[in-house]
Design a protein around this ligand. Structure first.
Ligand code: F6R
Length: 604
């Protein structure tokens, strides 16, 4: 959610700043800009829309210098136009910001004598620093004094006109990393932005601020004490995920799933013992409750896990969306285990929930894809999913890896708590080991689903139904469709439809029914008939046995490979992902960067 990057060095920076912005574009893409110091003068170029717009402007009207900051925006305050695009300038000061300044209206009132030119919350920062400089404070004091006036979440980069070889930066609530180079220093929203510049990163802690020059960095904490922070050395080089021959990152990431699930499994399942393999600190005998907190797709993974933990381990599980959990008064016990599920490991609400539980003395774990993320660093136990960089804004491979890891954790819990037999443990481990193969088979239905999506793409609205652990997959199917095709869709527990939403079913309304041949199959098929008899167009997603029982009741059918019911939600996911993807492609939407969305939601 907004990406920032900065370089202070001894050669021109614009090209590298723009390259870094492209790596950050998944964080927001409604406008972008770059500002540099050229012979002690602040100059900038900004453009509405994606970064290619900025590149085009820079081609005709290039700006360059040896100190610079750049930004790609996801608008919070102020429409996404060029005026509101960062960097913002006030007097001698230029700023890029990720986050929300909550008290910006108060500060604007306090500074009403100044000339505000944008609708953004960010502009107060450049005004505050410039005002402090005007009162005679040196840049360091002007910056630190200004920080003290701000409330909210932020990661900033600030440059000042007559301090050409300095960048001032700070973080509170939004992630920010420093990069240590050879005769250059960098700042960036995440490792992805900096990996092509340096392998030496320093993750700033909450409340930290820093001063960068080409050959030095100084870091201060919230109380302005000079502090040392550890240097992390990135391994694996400047991996910039490439699309290869795929039309979209999302398609590529869906096709990677047999491999990414395999990687997740290698972390959590011992193939020889046919048993789960989890970190020793995760002793499930210690807990009487699990609290899973996440947002969006990651939360649906948590909802599936509730079925698994209850069934396999007899453990009570609360699943909640982070934005609600953090402002309730959740009842916590010292015997609870908190699990944050997050691809990015940076989602503001999930991170706040993690901190809340940690402070309350609850043991915390973070199931994340980015092991350098704030959640991975702050949780008591960091649990990787190893799905590799996910660039498509709509989450696919991270979701199936989250499911895979959570299934293995449930298996571990069931085993250590003595709830499942040795035989059941081996059966479940085996089912997980076979998942990459079943996912591969499911992906072979791609062409059939693409053809089906042609008619489906003409729909105005769709419903997804399931029972048991398929309910969260119905939610996920509906979410995928909404976010990339912009077709209205809702997921429901199949038994719930007749308590209201069935009123929306009319002739031709598409209803996607998720019904593997499990113990709830017949109940789901009864619900299918209730909507079919009211004119719904049924797309049945089932397995071979289910197809042999219910083929005559469906208008279209997607027949997935037969697998153990334990892992069926992972396999059904592939079908709903492909359906959403092809529908969006038929409609010609921007699949990888859908309107209004950003990949990493670092504001609440
Ligand atoms: C939907 C999607 C989002 C994320 C949510 C949480 O396709 O990707 O709903 O799942 O924003 O993000 P993370 O997992 O990074 O915390």
């Amino acid at each position: 959610m907004c990406g920032i990057i900065g370089i202070v060095g001894s050669r021109d920076v614009t090209e590298r700043l723009v390259d870094g912005l492209k790596r950050l574009e998944y964080r927001g893409y409604d406008s972008s800009g770059v500002a540099v110091l050229d012979k002690g003068k602040l100059i900038r170029q900004r453009a509405e829309g994606k970064i290619k717009g900025l590149e085009a402007k820079l081609k005709t009207d290039h700006v360059d210098g040896q100190t610079g900051i750049a930004h790609t925006r996801w608008a919070t305050h102020g429409v996404p136009n060029e005026t509101n695009a960062h960097p913002h300038f006030s007097g001698r000061v230029g700023v890029v910001h990720n986050g929300i300044i909550e008290n910006f209206l108060d500060i604007r009132t306090e500074l009403k004598h100044r000339d505000f030119r944008t609708e953004t919350d960010t502009e107060v920062v450049s005004h505050l620093v410039d005002e402090a400089l005007g009162k005679g404070l040196d840049p360091k004091d002007a910056f630190s004094e200004s920080l003290k006036k701000l409330k909210g979440a932020y990661a900033f980069g600030v440059i000042i006109d007559d301090h050409p070889d300095h960048i001032y930066c700070a973080r509170s609530g939004s992630p920010l990393a420093l990069g240590v180079g050879d005769g250059e220093m960098y700042l960036g929203s995440d490792a992805m932005a900096l990996a092509q510049l340096t392998s030496k990163l320093i993750y700033l802690e909450e409340g930290d601020w820093a001063i960068l020059t080409p050959n030095s960095y100084e870091i201060y904490d919230l109380d302005d004490n000079k502090v040392e922070r550890e240097i992390t050395v990135l391994t694996g080089g400047p991996a910039m995920a490439e699309k290869g021959n795929y039309r979209h990152f999302m398609l590529k990431e869906m096709y990677e799933q047999p491999e990414t699930i395999g990687r997740t499994l290698s972390n959590y399942i011992d193939e020889y013992r046919l048993a789960a393999n989890v970190p020793a600190e995760l002793n499930f005998e210690e807990f009487d409750r699990i609290i899973i907190i996440a947002c969006g797709t990651a939360c649906y993974a948590g909802m599936v896990a509730k079925y698994w933990f209850e069934q396999a381990a007899g453990l009570a599980v609360d699943v909640d969306i982070a934005s609600e959990f953090r402002y309730r008064k959740p009842v916590l016990s010292p015997k609870s285990l908190f699990i944050a599920v997050s691809q990015s490991g940076e989602t503001a609400d999930t991170l706040a929930a993690l901190r809340y539980c940690k402070e309350a003395g609850v043991k915390t774990a973070a199931l994340v894809n980015v092991m350098t993320s704030t959640m991975a660093r702050e949780a008591d136990i960091a649990l990787p999913i190893n799905a590799g960089p996910e660039i498509g804004v709509a989450s696919t491979k991270a979701f199936t890896s989250q499911l895979t890891a959570l299934a293995a954790l449930a298996l571990a819990a069931g085993t250590s708590r003595g709830v499942i037999s040795n035989e059941a443990q081996k059966r479940m481990a085996n089912a997980l080991i076979k998942t990459p193969r079943h996912v591969k088979q499911a992906l072979r239905l791609d062409k059939q689903i693409e053809a089906m999506a042609f008619d489906f793409s003409k729909s105005k609205s769709a419903f997804y139904l399931g029972r048991g652990s398929q309910v969260p997959i119905a939610f996920e199917g509906a979410l995928k469709l909404k976010e990339i095709s912009y077709i209205h869709a809702e997921g429901y527990a199949a038994g719930e439809l007749k308590h209201g939403p069935i009123a929306l079913i009319e002739d031709g309304t598409p209803v996607i029914v998720l019904a593997p041949f499990d113990r709830l199959f017949e109940k789901t098929i009864s619900n299918l008939q209730e909507v079919a008899s009211r004119g719904a167009h049924i797309i049945l997603i089932t397995d071979e046995e289910g197809a042999s029982h219910a083929a005559s009741m469906a208008d279209n059918m997607i027949v997935l490979p037969t697998c153990d019911h334990f892992v069926a939600p992972i396999i059904t996911t592939i079908a709903v992902q492909l359906l959403a993807y092809h529908t969006a492609v038929h409609l010609g939407t921007d699949v990888d960067q859908p309107r209004n969305l950003a990949k990493s939601v670092t504001v609440e």
